[in-house]
Design a protein around this ligand. Structure first.
Ligand code: 2KA
Ligand code: SF4
Ligand code: MG
Length: 271
């Protein structure tokens, strides 16, 4: 059984039995799938699985003094309309909606909180077809069995800027930064011919020193594995931080990470 966020499996057009759904998905297209909007695999047609619940409670203070929440707070810590499905049913839903899709992206919330159920789901999925499975994680939790099922690791460690003091009373118990855990992911990827990325949200210059300090404690990464993504949950907010983010990418040899789904669909859920 997997506990899912309200957008759950998206975008889909068929139920688990393969019958058409009565309404179009949030993408507006009469077929399943969207593009991976962030990171090295940006642009690849994918189906998303969004689990509910997170061990962190991110909320950033911008340099303009505004507070920005987690872009999926409804899936992380202010849960709305979550639901549970048996892994077998999720597997049938995914099969019915991936005629032309090979990539599955597991995101949240924090997927590693439900490692056992996701391991079962991935095993069942891979029995039917050779899917490519990515996982979006805050890299604070590790599970050996789940990691073995994953082809691409999108590691998004959270810097101190994500734990705004204004909200510290509400913070959950998770340790926001876990370098040993990050290294375990990298080691697994490097030993198994898999790829990964370290994707950081950029809010202000002080983030850069923190990233460099973290990187100096990690091994087996290349500059091209490091991505900087401007803070923002709406296109204008992303734009406001994009040039400064780009400047730091160019100065350090890191990749710039866009949020293409925001540009293409706007700030919608389920795309
Ligand atoms: N299209 C699309 N790409 C994404 N990449 C990472 C996402 C996420 O929310 O983790 C995401 C998402 O929600 N939609
Ligand atoms: S770790 Fe990710 S999902 Fe969890 S609260 Fe932070 S940004 Fe949201
Ligand atoms: Mg996200």
């Amino acid at each position: 059984m997997l506990h899912l966020a309200k957008d759950g499996i998206f975008p889909i057009v068929k139920d688990a039995a393969g019958h058409p759904l009565s309404s179009l998905p949030a993408s507006g297209f009469p077929f399943a799938g969207t593009i991976q909007g962030e990171g090295k695999l940006c642009g690849i047609p994918s189906l998303f699985v969004r689990v509910a619940g997170c061990n962190l409670h991110c909320h950033w203070s911008t340099s303009e003094g505004k507070l920005t929440e987690c872009d999926t707070a409804y899936a992380a810590y202010r849960l709305q309309n979550t639901f549970s499905l048996e892994t077998e049913e999720i597997c049938r839903l995914i099969r019915a909606n991936t005629e032309n899709l090979d990539h599955i992206v597991i995101t949240g919330g924090e997927p590693f909180l439900q490692a056992d159920a996701l391991t079962n789901l991935c095993k069942a999925l891979k029995q039917s077809r050779k899917y490519h499975v990515s996982i979006e994680t805050n890299a604070t939790l590790y599970d050996k069995d789940l990691v073995e099922q994953i082809d691409f690791f999108s590691l998004s460690p959270k810097l101190s800027s994500s734990q705004s003091p204004a909200f510290s009373g509400k913070q959950k118990s998770g340790v926001p930064l876990n370098p040993l855990c990050i290294q375990q992911f990298i080691d697994h990827a490097r030993s198994n011919g898999k790829d990964f990325q370290l994707k950081f949200v950029y809010t202000a210059t002080k983030d850069i020193q923190e990233i460099k300090t973290l990187l100096s404690s990690l091994k087996k990464w290349h500059k091209s594995d490091i991505l900087l993504m401007p803070l923002g949950t709406i296109p204008t907010e992303v734009q406001a931080h994009s040039r400064e983010t780009l400047r730091h990418c160019l100065q350090n040899g890191w990749r710039y990470c866009d949020r293409l789904h925001l540009t293409l669909f706007g700030p919608k859920e389920g795309v």
